[in-house]
Ligand binder design. Structure first.
Ligand code: ADP
Ligand code: ZN
Length: 432
């Protein structure tokens, strides 16, 4: 009979034993990290309880940049076998080194995640994330091979080839950014392909960028697959840090590999489960580059209640955005995802949008460019006017700012094949 867990013992370990394991691994981590230049004088030899972690200072993205190249490396550089870097979404990329054991552990975590969603040996997995320094390609690749699925290293882009691969190999599982999945569907339409009818897709992993529940639902409807949220960041390996189980309600964050904290991004105070704040993570298994209390910048909350799937590792909620994604429009705080939520909930809205912010006199103005579904775009002008008003009204009610909405032709906005750029803020360049 098919087993339900990749590693039942560890995935369902009772909380008390899990915390004992964390404390043991935290002390191993402190001992290892002490060997690096960066942590040498920054951390204690050991701690007596997990609570004492709170006395150790945070590590930031800037610390990683400043300690480039080897300031955080805790082993002899000859032990390192791989280097990855972040995508550089918020500035200069950060660099992470791995030992052979780090790579093996990462592959095992990814296999655990994939298995949890229902992927098995006989599946065909097409990995549509960029191969290279970015972690989305190679990270999932080794996990999928470890699980035993046939793995297609398709990488991102080249949509017609992606569709051909799906057909030729009967792809059942894909890994793709949500923005690229929205775009790829429009190419399928042009090619006369209906994924529900013509393809064999069952499961999709969507991650690497923030997106809303509405976008997930829309993609599941268009493609006919079950979509699972996948969270990770290169500083903590990349994908495989947290993943949804079949319940699709929050992502299990693997606490045998990471310690979770959620803090108030302004005061740094550690918050209770259930409270929203910035996610802070500590690696427990890293050899090459242990990282302690890393400020991810990602806004989320920990679910206080256990999951009915039986896994004891706590879940985090969908990432609302990065703390530095927050926009302030005439004094009102706003996350781009609040806009996406409204847009993707309106059926006539197409699969792409762009937010532009500029200044008119002293006031901020928010322009939302929205692609319209092809049949609506070609239809009655009055329908377009009505749609525009509907979008403005819904945004006003849900987001509390009145945007300027511009409806545009399908496929006319810049396309995303990786992480989408959703916001262009022109205010800075307008300042004199
Ligand atoms: P960069 O920080 O330069 O984008 P990474 O490639 O390491 O580099 O990306 C990690 C970041 O991507 C995370 O910190 C988070 O902001 C975002 N991210 C990854 N997965 C998700 C997800 N499922 N939902 C929302 N955001 C995500
Ligand atoms: Zn679960």
């Amino acid at each position: 009979m098919d087993r339900e867990f990749w590693n039942k013992e560890i995935e369902t370990l009772d909380r008390k034993r899990l915390e004992e394991l964390q404390l043991e691994r935290l002390n191993d981590t402190l001992a290892r990290a002490k060997k690096s230049e960066f942590y040498r004088n920054r951390i204690p030899e050991r701690v007596e309880s997990l609570a004492e972690l709170q006395d150790i200072p945070f590590t930031t993205k800037d610390d990683l940049r400043k300690s480039f190249p080897f300031g955080m490396v805790a082993v002899d550089p000859s032990e390192l076998v791989r280097v990855h870097s972040s995508s550089g979404t918020t500035g200069q990329a950060t660099v992470i080194y791995h030992t052979r054991k780090d790579i093996e552990n990462w592959a095992d975590l990814v296999a655990r995640c994939m298995y949890m969603t229902g992927v098995r040996k006989n599946d065909v997995f097409q990995n549509m994330m960029g191969y290279g320094l970015f972690t989305g390609g190679l990270g999932l690749h080794y996990g999928s091979e470890k699980l035993g699925s046939l793995t297609i290293p398709a990488s991102s882009g080249n949509s017609k080839r992606q569709i051909m691969l799906m057909k030729n190999f009967n792809t059942t599982v894909v890994h793709i950014t949500p923005s690229y999945a929205l775009h790829l569907y429009t190419i399928m339409l042009d090619e006369g392909i209906d994924p529900r009818r013509d393809l064999k897709l069952k499961i999709a992993f969507l991650g690497a960028e923030p997106y809303t529940e509405e976008t997930r639902k829309r993609l599941e409807e268009l493609y006919g697959f079950d979509a699972f949220n996948s969270y990770g960041l290169s500083e903590m390996n990349g994908p495989g840090v947290a993943f949804e189980c079949r319940n699709k309600d929050g992502m299990h964050l693997w606490e045998d590999h990471y310690i979770i904290e959620v803090i108030d991004p302004v005061t740094g105070e550690v918050l209770r489960d259930g409270e929203e704040g910035e996610l802070v993570l500590t690696t427990l298994m890293r050899e090459g580059m242990p990282i302690i209390r890393y400020r991810t910048g990602d806004i989320t909350r920990v679910y206080p209640e256990p999951c009915s799937c039986g896994r004891t590792h706590r879940r985090i909620s969908r990432i609302k955005g990065r703390s530095d994604d927050m926009l302030i429009i005439n004094g009102v705080n706003l996350y781009p995802m609040q806009i996406e939520k409204v847009l993707m909930g309106i059926p006539e809205v197409g699969n792409n949008y762009l937010i532009e912010i500029d200044k008119v006199g002293y006031l901020d103005r928010i322009n939302v460019k929205v692609e319209v579904r092809p049949e609506i775009f070609k239809g009655d002008v009055r329908d377009l006017e009505n749609l525009k008003h509907k979008i403005i009204e819904e945004l006003k009610t849900n987001v509390l700012v009145k945007p300027h909405v511009i409806l545009v032709e399908p496929n006319s906005l810049p396309k995303s094949e990786g992480k989408a750029v959703r916001v262009i803020d022109k205010r800075k360049s307008q300042e004199v």
